[in-house]
Design a protein around this ligand. Structure first.
Ligand SMILES: [Ca+2]
Ligand SMILES: [Ca+2]
Length: 278
C-alpha cells in the first residue's frame, strides 16, 4: 500500500515537470537572422540564404507542434521581423515587405520612397499605433540611418543619420516608452537611447561587440546579442555582463510570447536556439 502511494506521488511529481518541455533547437536553417512569435504561437524565422544574392531569401514558420515549413519565399536578404495584427513586416535589404497570413507579400516601403537610399535595412520595430521604425546599418561601419514608416506605408521620414556621429551602423531597435528607441550599434557595440522627435542620442552602455538584437524581459532586464563573437549579454547596473556564449553568430534575438525563453538565431550555424530566462 505504501509503495503504491509512493509510486503515485512520484508519478504526480514527474507529470508536473513534464507539462512544459523546453522547445527543441531548430536546425538546418539557411542563414537565419531574426525571429518573432505570432499571437497564435507560430514562430517566424527570416532566412537570408546567400548574402547579397537576391530571390533566395525566405521566411520559415514553425507551428505549435514544432513542424517547420517555408511560409514566404522569393525575398532578397530578409532580416528584421515585426508583427502588426496578422501582418508580418520584413526588412529586406533596401525595402520593407508586408507579408499576409497566407504567405503572399508585397513591397510596403519601396527603396525610392525613403528620404535617402537605404543600403542594409536591418532591424524593424512596430509601435502601438502601427508605425514602423527601421534601422539601416549602411556599410556596417561608417554611417547608417534610422527611419520611421508611418502607418499605411507613407510617408517615410528620417529619425537620425550619420550627421550624428553616434549613428555608425545602427542594428537592434527596441521601444522605450513612447518617445524613445533603444539602438545598439553593430560597429561600436554601444547601446544608445534615441529621441524620436530630435534624433538625439544618449549613450547608455558599451561593450556589446557587434551588437545585433535587443529584448527586454518581463522582469525588465535588457538582453543584447553580439553577432561578431556569438555572445549574449545582459545589462546590469549600466554595464554589459556576459550571459551566454558559444554561438557562431548570435543574430536578432526575441522573446517567446510567455516571456520564458530567449530565441537566438545562430546565423552561421543555421540554428534557432531557445534559452530559458531565469
Ligand atoms: Ca539572399
Ligand atoms: Ca539585426
Amino acid at each position: 500500500m505504501k509503495k503504491t502511494l509512493l509510486a503515485l506521488a512520484l508519478l504526480q511529481a514527474l507529470t508536473v515537470h513534464a507539462i512544459e518541455p523546453i522547445p527543441t533547437k531548430i536546425t538546418g536553417l539557411k542563414t537565419p537572422e531574426s525571429v518573432v512569435q505570432g499571437k497564435d504561437g507560430s514562430i517566424y524565422i527570416s532566412e537570408i540564404g546567400e548574402f547579397g544574392k537576391d530571390g533566395d531569401g525566405q521566411i520559415s514558420k514553425v507551428d505549435k507542434k514544432g513542424n517547420i515549413a517555408v511560409f514566404a519565399k522569393g525575398m532578397d536578404d530578409p532580416k528584421g521581423l515585426a508583427m502588426i495584427g496578422d501582418k508580418l513586416y520584413v526588412a529586406d535589404k533596401n525595402r520593407v515587405l508586408e507579408v499576409s497570413k497566407d504567405g503572399s507579400w508585397q513591397v510596403y516601403g519601396a527603396q525610392m520612397a525613403f528620404p535617402s537610399t537605404p543600403v542594409f535595412l536591418n532591424d524593424i520595430e512596430a509601435d502601438k499605433l502601427g508605425s514602423l521604425y527601421v534601422s539601416d546599418s549602411g556599410d556596417l561601419k561608417s554611417g547608417g540611418q534610422i527611419y520611421k514608416i508611418a502607418k499605411g506605408g507613407a510617408p517615410i521620414t528620417l529619425i537620425a543619420d550619420s550627421k550624428n556621429p553616434d549613428i555608425l551602423a545602427p542594428n537592434g531597435l527596441l521601444f522605450e516608452g513612447r518617445n524613445h528607441l533603444l539602438s545598439v550599434d553593430f560597429e561600436s557595440g554601444i547601446l544608445y537611447r534615441v529621441n524620436l522627435s530630435t534624433g538625439a542620442t544618449t549613450k547608455i552602455a558599451e561593450g556589446f561587440g557587434g551588437g545585433d538584437g535587443i529584448v527586454k524581459t518581463k522582469a525588465g532586464k535588457i538582453i543584447i546579442s553580439d553577432w561578431k563573437t556569438g555572445k549574449i549579454y545582459e545589462l546590469v547596473a549600466g554595464k554589459a555582463r556576459l550571459m551566454k556564449e558559444g554561438y557562431q553568430a548570435a543574430a536578432d534575438i526575441a522573446l517567446t510570447n510567455d516571456g520564458k525563453y530567449l530565441m537566438v538565431p545562430d546565423m552561421k550555424a543555421g540554428e534557432l536556439d531557445f534559452v530559458e530566462i531565469k
